[in-house]
Design a protein. Sequence first.
Length: 719
Amino acid sequence: MPGRTDPQLVELLNLMEAYEGAVRDLYESFAEKIPGRAAFWRQLAVEERGHCRMLARLSRIAAEEPLGVEDCDTKAAAVRRAAQASRLRMEDIAQNGVSPVRALAMAQELETAMNEARFFDQFSTASEQATEILEELRVSTDNHARRIAELIRERSRYSGLVDRGVVTDEQLEEAMRSAADKGIRVETVLQSACSAGRDEILASLADFHGCQPYRLGPTFVPPGELRDAAIARQDRLNAALAIPVGLNGHRVVVAMADPKDVVRRDELQRLFEGRRVEYRVGLAEEIEGALKRLSLSAPAPGPEPAATLGEDPDLAEIDDDSEIARLLNRLIEEAHSRGASDIHFEPSAQGEVLVRCRVDGALQRLAGLPRSQRGALISRIKIMAGLDITERRRPQSGKIRMARWGGPDIEVRVETYPTSSGAEDASLRLLAAASAKPFEALGLSERNRSELAILIEQPHGIILCVGPTGSGKTTTLHSALARLNRGDLRTLTAEDPVEIVQPGLRQVQMNPKAGLTFATALRSFLRADPDVIMIGEMRDRETAGIAVEASLTGHLVFSTLHTNSAPETVVRLLDMGIDPYSFADALLGVLAQRLVRTICPRCRIPRKLEPAELASLRAEYGRRDLFDALGISPGHQVAAPNDGGCADCNGTSYLGRMAAHELLVVSDEIRALISHRAGAAEIRDLALEQGMRTLRQDGIEKFLGGHTTMEEVRAVCSR
C-alpha cells in the first residue's frame, strides 16, 4: 500500500481532478449549444465542479494520512486516456457543433468511462473524512449516469423541440394530451398552439429517428420513373405513409413518417425489389398531400413498371479491378490470415498511411502506404461499405460483405472519422464466421468449470458474462449455448452482430435504426415460447428489467454487461433501478473475464520460480492461505517468452489468448446481501469465502500453469 506521501497517488488524484474539470467544460458547452436543456447540463457542470473540489480535498488528505490504491500507474494511464477523449470531443464540438442526441450519447459514454476510471471504491483508507468523500463521489457519479440514462429513455419524437427551446416540457405534454383528446396529430397542435415551425418539427423527428429530414413542397410528386413505380404501388405506400422522392446512387430514397416501423420498411423493401431503400423522415401531413396528388395523376402509359429500377448513370465508383481495390482486398486478406480482429488505416497529414492490425489484442504494423493513395483508399472503403464518399466532416458507419468483392467470406464493420489536418481514418472490424468453442476448451479452472456447468443446466434464472469489449464474452456464452443446444430446448438469441452461427438456435440481428433493439427483441421473444434466451447486452434498465421478468417466468436468460468484476455487476444493475428482491431471486451467477496472451508453444522457454518471486506472488495473490493451498514451492516450472519469437508467432513470442475468470455463484447468503443492496466489497468478501477466485488470482494460476506471463496478467487484471 502506498505511503503517506506517495507521489504516484497524488499524481493520480490530480489527474482525476483535471478529468472532472474537462467533463465540466464539456457539459457547459452543451448548455450553451442546447438552449432548451441548458438547466440540465449546467446543473451537471456545477456538480462536476464540486467533484473537483472534493478531489482537491482528497489530495490534501493523501499528503497527511494513509490513503492507498493498487496499480497507480495503470489507473493514471486510464484517467489520461479518458481526459484526452474529453478534450478531443471539445475540439470536435467547437468545429462541428453538437446535436442534442449526440450530446446525451457522449455524456453517457463519458459517465461510463468515469465510473471505470475513477476507482472510488478501490481506495483504502482509515480516514473517516476520506471515506465520506470517496462515497459521496461514487454516489454522485452513479447519479449522473442514471439521470442521463433517464433523459435518453424519456425522449420522444418531439423532444428535439424542447432541446432547441421551441417549446417547454410542459407545453409538449399539453400538446400531446390535446392531440389525443381531439383525435388529431401532435404536429398539428404544435404548429397551431405552440407556434412550432414545420422545419423545427421535422428536425426533431430526424433526431428521434436517426435519419435525415426531407421536406415535400406543396406541388411535389415523385420524379420520372419513380412516379410510375409509385402509382403502381400506391395502396401499399398509403398504408406505410411513405413515398419515393429520388435516387441516391443505386438506392431508392423514400420519405416516411415513421422510419422506425420495421414491418412497413420490410414491405417497402419488397416493393423495390433489386434496389436498396434509403429512408428519410418526412412530415405525415406533407406525405399525405403528395400521395393524394399522386392518385390524381394520370397513369403512366404502357405496361406496369417493373419493380427493379434503372441504374443511376451518375453513380461514381472505383473500378473493382483497380490497383486500389486489389490493394485493399490484399490487406484485408492478409490481416484475416494473421487472425486479426481489427484493421486501422491511419493517414498522417504529411507522411505515409500507416496500416495496423490487432492480433491477440496487440497492434502490429501491416503496411505503410504512400500519402498519394490516402484519398483513393478511404474512398474505396466507403464505396464497399455503402457510405457517402463526399462526406468527410462527420463519422460514418457501415459494413462490407467481402465475398461480394472477391474476398474471404467475412463481414467487415467499418467506421470512418475525421482526424486532424484534414485527414480521415478508417477502422475495420473483421467478423469471420466462427463456430462455437467447446465448453471444455474455455480455459476454466476445475472449480469454475464444474460450477458453471451446474448453473447453465438450471431451468430458469439469469447468468451474466461481463468484461470490456473484446474480452471473449460472446465466445463464452455461445459455448454454454452449444452445451444446451439439444433437440428438447428452444433457444432464441438477440445479437449485435451475429458473430457465431449455430444450427438449432434462432438468432436475430439487431437493427436499432429500424427500431429493433435488445429490449424490443426480448419483449417479442417472451411471446415466442422459448426455453433459453440470450441477449447480447444489457444496455439499459428496460432490457435488464424484462430479462429479470423473463427469468422469473420460467426462462433461462444469458446476457453480457460491460463491468469490471462480478461483484460490481450486481451493484451496477441495482443502480440501474432493478428491484433488488426480484433480481436476487433471478440471478444465478456472474462470470467476469479478461483475455491474456498465451506464450507461443513452439518457442517458449521453461524456467523455474525463484524463492523471492514465489514470495512476491504469494503476497500478490491476496489470500496467503489460499495460495499455499495451491501447493507451489520454489523451483516450480513456468514458461517464459523467447525474445524474437519464431515464424509461428510472427516474431511476437505470443500466440493466441486465453481467459482469466472470476465466477460469482449466487448462494442464499449472497441473495440476502443483494436484497439489502450491499456494496461490491461486501459481496466480494463473502464470495471469496465461498470459493470464488478473483480475476487476478485466476490469472496467477494460469501463469503458474505455464500458459502466460505475469506481465500479461497484471496488464488486464486489476484485482
